[in-house]
Design a protein around this ligand. Structure first.
Ligand code: FAD
Length: 429
């Protein structure tokens, strides 16, 4: 491949960021977009970079992971964030946009580049000999999903997101929790949150009556049933399922026990075992905080049950976002196993940085682990037998235990910015 051209497939958030980055760097881009020939169930607007749901790109605060990720993207020269600010509408410390204006301006920026050729086509096959940035999103056309599946192996692509909430370790009240696996299988791998009868019944009542999000899935699979659906089968169903209070020694006689499983090697995050859920986000926080050990609950990734095509990144992706089995093909956006608008833009940008490097025969790069983007990539590419997509949060960063808790979030923000500045100085000359 010597023609100084990269193919970007998908003109959504990630694909437009990738195309604009590459064109700025003097690379020619063929940007393929299926609209208006075909619209996914989530897309309605023929313009590029459509914001499909909420118009919020989340917080800009310098004490949030979302704010830190935006700061990192600014350092890398992110175009879509710059345009988002031009189209912002008042939303407190969040960055919310006028979605139509945003799409129009991104489309105009893409069209204004004489290096980008937009081709309206439903791409059915990925051509592995061409340097390609694949950003077809979580509701992509079936044909391209099949082609990707051929490249990666069918078990490396998921079509359904059934995730339990992930919470931070530091919110758990350890005076109400204990380590240990059921029947001693697994040492201290699990952290257990017991409930007595009254606590369980109050929790149960709140759970079965909590407000659910729209059922996008259309029915449930027995193998991964939402916890609230299982609960509705009878007051003791959970006590024979994920909350069974058996197999523990020397812990009194709890009536029900929720298990938390370590989510990362630093043990800063825990997964609520068996708690995949379709409850509205506010309801998850309200109801799950009724478990005594979780009274100060801090959820970094809410439970969801929805259609979502994503790659099994730990199996399929290298740390430069190229496919292990087809190294000219880079995966950006939600398809790469991240979750969220800004996260999608971020992996679109990183896959473009690496596609340009591939064009120039330079080695692939990943931002340092201290950055939110680097930590996200580390998270999605670390072996994980139950991989689910991840969004920006401080729990995936190397912990800053020597900083006072009240100052820690801002310290994460500052450290991530410094790390990204060094990365950008080295990589983007
Ligand atoms: C219903 C829904 C609601 C969501 N709500 C939110 C939210 O509120 N907040 C949030 O932060 N995140 C949300 N997300 C998650 C995610 O942030 C968005 O999906 C985001 O748009 C992902 O960006 P992307 O660039 O990866 O994909 P997209 O923005 O979806 O872009 C993919 C593009 O590829 C095109 N395409 C697909 N197949 C082909 C093909 N074969 N050939 C050519 N073009 C193709 C599509 O037409 C589309 O334009 C939501 C996702 C979904 C599905």
């Amino acid at each position: 491949m010597t023609d100084n051209t990269v193919d970007v497939i998908g003109g959504g958030l990630a694909g437009c960021e990738a195309a604009l980055y590459l064109s700025k760097r003097g690379v020619n881009v063929r940007l393929f977009e299926a609209k208006p020939l075909w619209f996914s169930p989530a897309h309605k607007n023929a313009a590029l970079a459509e914001i499909v749901c909420s118009n919020s790109l989340k917080s800009t605060a310098d004490t949030t992971a979302s704010g830190a990720l935006k700061n990192e993207l600014d350092i890398l020269g992110c175009e879509l964030l710059r345009i988002a600010r031009e189209c912002s509408v008042p939303a407190g410390s969040a960055l919310a946009v006028d979605r139509d204006m945003f799409s129009e301006r991104v489309t105009a920026a893409v069209r204004a580049s004489d290096r980008i050729t937009v081709i309206n086509e439903i791409v059915e096959d990925i051509e592995p000999s061409r340097i390609t940035v694949l950003c077809v999103g979580p509701v992509c056309h079936d044909k391209i999903a099949q082609s990707l599946s051929k490249l990666t192996g069918s078990d490396a692509l998921s079509f359904f997101d059934a995730a339990a909430p992930i919470i931070t370790a530091d919110c758990i009240d350890m005076s109400n929790a204990f380590f240990g696996a059921r029947y001693g299988k697994g040492g201290d791998d699990y952290l257990n949150c017991p409930m007595n009868k009254d606590e369980y019944l109050a929790f149960y009542d709140a759970l079965v009556n909590a407000e659910r999000a729209v059922d996008e899935v259309g029915g449930v699979f027995e193998g991964c049933m939402p916890v609230e659906v299982m609960a509705a089968r009878g007051v003791d169903a959970l006590r024979y399922g994920p909350l069974r209070p058996v197999g523990f020694r020397d812990t009194g006689k709890p009536y029900a026990v929720l298990q938390l499983r370590r989510e990362n090697t630093a043990s800063t995050l825990y997964n609520m075992v068996g708690f995949q859920t379709n409850l509205k986000f506010g309801e998850q926080k309200r109801v799950f905080s009724m478990i005594p050990a979780l009274k100060n609950l801090n959820i970094v990734r809410y439970g969801v049950m929805h259609r979502n095509t994503f790659i099994d990144a730990p199996k399929a992706l290298n740390a430069d976002l190229s496919l292990k089995k087809s190294e000219n093909v880079f995966i950006g956006g939600q398809l790469s196993g991240v979750e969220g608008y800004v996260e999608s833009i971020a992996t679109g940008l990183l896959s473009a940085i690496n596609a340009e490097r591939r064009l120039k025969n330079a080695a692939g790069v990943t931002p340092p682990h201290e950055t939110v983007l680097g930590a996200l990539v580390a998270y999605i590419t670390t072996p994980n037998t139950d991989f689910q997509p991840m969004n920006a949060n401080f729990g995936i960063l190397p912990p800053l235990t020597d900083v006072k808790k009240s100052e820690r979030k801002h310290a994460y923000y500052l450290r991530s910015g410094n790390a990204m500045r060094s990365f950008a100085e080295n990589v983007l000359q």
